[in-house]
Design a protein around this ligand. Structure first.
Ligand code: MN
Length: 128
């Protein structure tokens, strides 16, 4: 596992651009995927400590992708934080049920993202 790498799976180009800026501030290396299938492939290749997972994706959605990641012995230790624009009741529960370790609501709040990531980063640095 690489404690510098963060994989973002997000089909919205503006959100991806925003994440790029946020991770530059935090000195993280961002790996970008615009769909779940590519994201899972890049997770195997780059072994990020964290995946920010948009729920609404073209093709496979973020919840199904998280279930695949969490049932793969090589990927299951990666933290997955769900991103959703639909702050609907029940979304957080659905994300947790699919194996997500955390949950962020769009619109993206820079400080909230950095704090969430820093906390997860600390945990991974302690355990590896
Ligand atoms: Mn989306």
């Amino acid at each position: 596992m690489d404690t510098r790498n963060i994989l973002v799976i997000e089909d919205n180009k503006l959100n991806m651009k925003l994440m790029r800026g946020i991770f530059k501030l935090g000195n993280y290396q961002i790996i970008e995927a615009f769909d779940a299938e590519t994201g899972i492939r890049l997770a195997r290749q780059h072994k990020p400590f964290l995946i920010l997972m948009d729920i609404q994706l073209p093709g496979m959605d973020g919840l199904d992708a998280t279930q695949i990641i969490k049932s793969d012995p090589l990927l299951k230790d990666i933290s997955v934080v769900a991103l959703t624009g639909f702050a609907m009741q029940g979304d957080e529960e659905k994300a947790k049920a699919s194996g997500c370790d955390g949950y962020l609501t769009k619109p993206i709040n820079v400080n909230e993202v950095l704090e969430t990531i820093a906390e997860i980063h600390r945990k991974h640095c302690q355990s590896h």
